[in-house]
Design a protein around this ligand. Sequence first.
Ligand code: PRX
Length: 645
Amino acid sequence: MAERDVLPVNEVYHPGIGNYRQIYRESLEKVDSFWERHAQILDWHKRWDTVLDSSNPPFYRWFVNGKLNVSYNALDRHVMHGRRNKAAYIWVGEDGTEKIVTYDGLFRRVNNLAQALKNLGISRGDRIIIYLPMILEAPVAMLAAARIGAVFSFVFAGFGEGALSERIEDSKARMVITADGAFRNGKVVELKKIVDEALEKTSSVGTVLVVKRTGTAIQMQEGRDIWMHDVTEDASAFVQPEWMDSNDPLYILYTSGTTGKPKGAVHGNGGYSVWIANTLKWAFDPHEDDRWWCAADIGWVTGHSYIVFAPLFLGLTSTMYEGAITYPAPDRLWEIVERYRVNLLYTSPTAIRTLIRFGEKYPRMHDLSSLRVLGTVGEPINPAAWKWYYENIGRSNCPIIDTYWQTETGGFMIAPSMALGLPPLKPGSATFPMPGVEPVILDENGHELGAGEKGYIAYRRPWPGMFLTLNNDPERFRKAYFEKYPGMYYCGDYAIRDADGYYWLLGRADEVLKVSGHRLGTIEIEDALISSKEVAEAAVFGKPDTVKGEVIVAFVVLKDEYRGDTQVVSSLRKRIREELGPIYVPEEIHVVKTLPKTRSGKIMRRVVKAVALNQLPGDISTLENSASVDEIREAIEAFSKEAEG
Ligand code: PRX
């Protein structure tokens, strides 16, 4: 393996992993006592009987029979014990408007909405969909649901009508909480209209609660649609929290997989909460008076765990920003850091690479001296972006906490640990596992690989934040994650462990794409293309991109009657935008006459990708129609010429 940089971290951070090693070892050797102690980061209504029940793998259950409420831990206990007037969120609108909500203010808003949900007939175990932009009503809705024991499924506000209806259908949601519109890049996204369209295809939803945000004209359907402000007028409401079993579901979050429709990862109340509170503390070591800013969207797991639940469990003050990081100018992030004296900033490699393009001028316009720790998440960070972040944003003074994890893992799995002893950092490595996490690098046949050898990363044991199952599909849960390596959790990524024991995450090993850090399934895009009236066949893959990590490329064969139609590509783009959402729209769509296929008629996506990227296509002995390979090459050449011209 090539030599990698090792950066010494500023002396003040006491580099060294002595304490970490000891704690890590204890977490593996004394599982029960370790987690007995660390579960006390939360207040429990009733103590658990068993720390970990492994009797029915892979359905591991943590803190069995323990009872607690997530909103109680996020709010009530802070209101009662000294944080009543502390800011929970400093919210910044895309237009620069500021709103500050204290723990007491949030507590009252959550109780108010919880009461409204009950009045509207929602009760423990019911499912609700939350389809909201980055406004304060988003955490309020999540906490209100958790307070009454309703299971929520948050749908990222960038998703289109097809993605939304699929999630409503699979979760059998009784209610949708949405807004009239969302502000994004100075424009309005008409969310309520998308909900109306999605609801035409589904039948479980009886009520739509609508937040007024943009003032966009919308249709309110009599008997179904209700303004949020009309049902949350009782500011003095108090709703007794439902005491939930540790292993009752808290939320379902849909994420892309290798095959079929998105999978509904189900997270529970107890283990998940213990995991995210501890991992935030270990990795970032936030202090009582710090300002934390997780600049992700609440609609993804990063927002669930580290904008909403974990920082509130720890009683922190978070910054929350509504809009795009380059709107109205590329210094938006730095301006907010300066204005609110943010201490801990957590963002994505794509955000960093996007801002690098605008140069150092923008960060230099602002005083970033409040920053103490920087974090990244969502995709591998290339050493050049790491160094830019370290030098220009952290002034070579702030450690970079590269956190590697997934929707399914609930919280960080591999990350440097500020609180337990920071190792010397290597740009591009997420360093070492969190306590309780036991990774292993394996070859295709399950043999463990040595230092520097690239393989698949898996985990030998369960950890408290592990998802409970897939909604409606426990069999797919077992098959997708626990079958490849029996007894272990397989996560679909490539990795290397170097000779010093550092982990380097190398991206997906399957058909899942990471576009600007968003996890998308090639299969979902192919399905959307094939279900359009024009397309007969489609092959989609990811092409490396210096800013977004990957971009989507599609090759399509049109049905006879659409051949030669010059409008077809733009109508396909439009369709994908509406159906799945703007993040799914391919950067390139190439029309060809045939696609490479095996003799049994299966499209060889691997060959399409290799030829299009000018790589060796590997074994093509089973290829039926070799002319298709030339056609792909020609399409790419024509495209590059056009782009140059
Ligand atoms: O490929 C890994 C990549 O993101 C995938 C998980 O995506 P998602 O479930 O959407 O969760 C994203 C936020 C946690 C992983 O399988 N990934 C995530 N973080 C990193 C990463 N790859 C490399 N380094 C990371 N820090």
